[in-house]
Design a protein around this ligand. Structure first.
Ligand code: HEM
Length: 307
C-alpha cells in the first residue's frame, strides 16, 4: 500500500471545513454570489485522500488506500455512470407502470395515444415484429410524458446539495429570506414542493394528465398566485442538473410504449398498495416497499393500429 500523505490526527478545524467544502464541491457543484452555479473544481488526489480520511477516521492505511483507488479509478466512474443511468430509470419505469395499472382510464388513454401516434405516422405494429419509435413519435406522446412526470413527482426524493461560495440572502418567498454565509451547505428538497397542495391539487394522487393542457405539455404552475419557474425537479437544477434527463425520459417512454403495445397487464387482486421505501431517501427515485404481482399476456394482432 502507498503512504498516506497526512496522518489522521493532525487535522485542524479550518482544514475540516475546507475538506467538507471540497467534498461537497467535488460531488455536487457550488453557488456563487448571483446564485449562478459554476463548473465544479476537481479535487486533487491528495485532497481526496484527506477527505476520505476525515470522513472515515477509523480507517487504516490500506482501507483508505482502497477508498482512494475507488475514487480515482476509471472503473469507479463507469460504475457511477451505470448507477446514475440505471438506478433511477428502472424504478421510475416501475412507478409509472404501477400507477397506470391502478387506473384503468389512465392506462387506456395512454395506450390509445401510443396507438394513435403510430397510426398517424403510418407505423406498422405487429406482436411478431420489432418496433422502432422515432424521436418525433416519442415527442408527440404528451399523455405518456405527463404520466412519467407525474410518476417522477410522486417517487423522486432527491436532495440537491450546494455549497455557498459567497455570503448572500436566499429569497424563499415574498416575505421570507434566509441569510447564507460563504461555506454554508444548502440542501434543497424538491419533494416538499412536489407535495405542496398549493401547487398540486390533491398531491398524493396520481393524475396521469396533470402535466397536459390543451393537448400540450403543461408548464403553468402557481404558488400564492405566482407562476413558478421550478415546479418539478426530479432531475435537480442548475449546472449539475442531470445530463441524462432527456435520455432517461425517452428511454422510459420507449419501454412503456412497448409494454402497453405488446402486453395486456393486470394487477393480481387482493394485494395491498405498495408505498415508497424511504430507506434510500435523498437518492433519486425510491424503490417500492414490497413486490407487486401482476398477470400479463401478449396482445392480439387485431388490436394493433395497422389492422
Ligand atoms: C429517471 C431517471 C433519472 C433521474 C431521476 C436522475 C436524477 C438525477 C439527479 C437528481 C441528479 C443530481 C442533480 C443535481 O445535483 O442538481 C443527477 C445527476 C446525474 N445524472 Fe441523472 N437521473 C436519471 C437518469 C440518468 C441517466 C439515464 C443518466 C446517464 C445516461 C444520468 C446521469 C447523471 C449524471 C452523470 C449526473 C451527475 C451530473 C453532475 O454532477 O454534473 N442520469 N441525476
Amino acid at each position: 500500500p502507498r503512504q498516506i500523505s497526512q496522518p489522521k490526527d493532525t487535522f485542524h478545524f479550518k482544514q475540516v471545513n475546507t475538506i467538507k467544502s471540497n467534498l461537497a464541491t467535488y460531488s455536487t457543484g457550488h453557488l456563487n454570489k448571483k446564485h449562478k452555479i459554476e463548473q465544479r473544481n476537481r479535487t486533487s488526489k491528495t485532497e481526496q485522500q484527506t477527505i476520505v480520511l476525515k470522513l472515515n477516521p477509523e480507517l487504516g492505511a490500506l482501507e483508505t488506500d482502497l477508498c482512494i483507488d475507488y475514487l480515482c479509478s476509471p472503473l469507479a466512474h463507469h460504475f457511477a455512470i451505470l448507477w446514475a443511468s440505471v438506478g433511477n430509470t428502472v424504478p421510475a419505469c416501475f412507478w409509472v407502470l404501477y400507477f397506470l395499472l391502478r387506473d384503468s382510464e389512465a392506462l387506456e388513454a395512454v395506450r390509445q395515444e401510443v396507438l394513435e401516434v403510430l397510426r398517424l405516422s403510418g407505423g406498422k405494429f405487429s406482436p411478431e415484429e420489432d418496433l422502432t419509435l422515432s424521436r418525433e413519435q416519442l415527442d408527440s406522446m404528451v399523455l405518456l410524458e405527463s404520466s412519467i412526470s407525474e410518476g417522477l413527482r410522486l417517487s423522486s426524493v432527491s436532495t440537491n446539495i450546494r455549497v455557498s461560495q459567497e455570503d448572500f440572502s436566499l429569497r424563499l418567498n415574498e416575505e421570507r429570506s434566509a441569510s447564507v454565509r460563504k461555506g454554508d451547505m444548502i440542501a434543497l428538497y424538491p419533494q416538499s414542493m412536489h407535495m405542496d397542495p398549493d401547487i398540486y391539487q390533491d398531491p398524493q394522487s396520481f393524475r396521469y394528465d396533470r402535466f397536459v393542457q390543451d393537448g400540450r405539455v403543461k408548464t403553468d404552475f402557481y404558488k400564492s398566485g405566482q407562476k413558478l419557474k421550478f415546479f418539478l425537479m426530479p432531475f435537480g437544477s442548475g449546472a449539475s442538473m442531470c445530463p441524462g434527463r432527456y435520455f432517461a425520459v425517452n428511454e422510459i417512454k420507449q419501454f412503456l410504449s412497448l409494454v402497453l403495445l405488446y402486453l395486456d397487464l393486470d394487477l393480481q387482486p387482493g394485494q395491498n398498495r405498495v408505498s415508497l421505501d424511504y430507506s434510500r431517501a435523498g437518492l433519486g427515485i425510491l424503490l417500492p416497499d414490497a413486490d407487486v404481482r401482476f398477470h400479463y399476456r401478449l396482445r392480439a394482432a387485431s388490436q394493433s393500429p395497422a389492422e
